[in-house]
Design a protein around this ligand. Structure first.
Ligand SMILES: C[S@@+](CC[C@H](N)C(=O)[O-])C[C@H]1O[C@@H](n2cnc3c(N)ncnc32)[C@H](O)[C@@H]1O
Length: 244
């Protein structure tokens, strides 16, 4: 099973490379939103649980969290953290892996749906999720809106991170619906680079995948504080519901 781009080095430096994701101003509204959906004492499954950035604080809020993760290196980092003993982890591909019981909430954060690089895999993920939801349970995805309309005419490159420590560019290929993310970090005066393919996906295509899996859209927001989703939204938080 491939470990994807989240190898030992990325696992050890995940928080240093994306410090903004660990800002309490980001974590707190995310956890509150998820805890509300899971309900008091509820159960939740995080797909691509990583180092437990959200699973750990969600577990502290009384939600029983389980994770699926393909990278043993990311799980090893999770297991060094206080509270990790409360998070069950299944190693596997979340497009197809079933953990053997059902949940009130399944969630997929931070553009991780785009790590599945074919439509077949993304559809399969929705089916696998639906099979693991309780009746009335919810599936939540946080993902960016493709930036195609912001590309200058004839250009394929969109900068998504520009700081003194990190440059990030998305290279769009419309024919294959793949965006390659290129990252450049300066660490101790040395340049580190990474590139990975992602299948970008529109909200409407996700709604269709949900419908194929027997779920319907319950809510869509422009952010975790329930900002309205509009034509200018760059990200969305979408929730589909399995019928009772
Ligand atoms: C962007 S990180 C997000 C980690 C964590 N959810 C967070 O919000 O910090 C994506 C994670 O998903 C995992 N992942 C990517 N594709 C996967 C797959 N097909 N099956 C299981 N895990 C996967 C990666 O190894 C990585 O840990």
């Amino acid at each position: 099973m491939p470990e994807n781009n989240f190898d030992e080095h990325i696992a050890q430096t995940y928080e240093d490379k994306w410090p903004e994701l660990f800002d309490p101003a980001v974590v707190e509204p995310t956890v509150s939103f998820l805890a509300h959906l899971a309900g008091p004492g509820g159960t939740a499954l995080e797909l691509g649980v990583g180092t437990g950035r959200i699973a750990l604080p969600l577990s502290r809020r009384g939600v029983q969290v389980h994770g699926i993760e393909i990278s043993r290196a990311m799980v090893a980092q999770l297991q060094t953290k206080p509270g990790a003993e409360g998070i069950g982890v299944t190693i596997g591909d979340f497009a197809t892996t079933r953990v053997g019981h059902t949940f009130a909430l399944v969630y997929l954060l931070r553009n991780t749906i785009t790590n599945l690089t074919t439509q077949d895999e993304q559809v399969e993920c929705f089916r696998t999720v639906a099979a693991q939801l309780e009746p009335g349970g919810c599936f939540l995805i946080e993902v960016y809106v493709p930036e195609l309309r912001r590309l200058p005419p004839g250009q394929t490159i969109h900068p998504f991170a520009v700081t003194s420590a990190h440059l990030g560019f998305e290279e769009y290929d419309v024919a294959s619906q793949i965006a390659i993310s290129h990252h450049f970090w300066v660490v101790d005066s040395r340049l580190e680079t990474r590139s990975s393919p992602h299948r970008y996906v529109w909200p409407s295509e996700l709604d269709l995948m949900a419908r194929i899996a027997g779920m319907t859209l319950r809510e869509r927001w422009g952010g975790w504080k329930r900002e309205p989703f509009t034509s200018d939204s760059r990200n969305h938080v979408s929730v589909w519901r399995k019928p009772l």
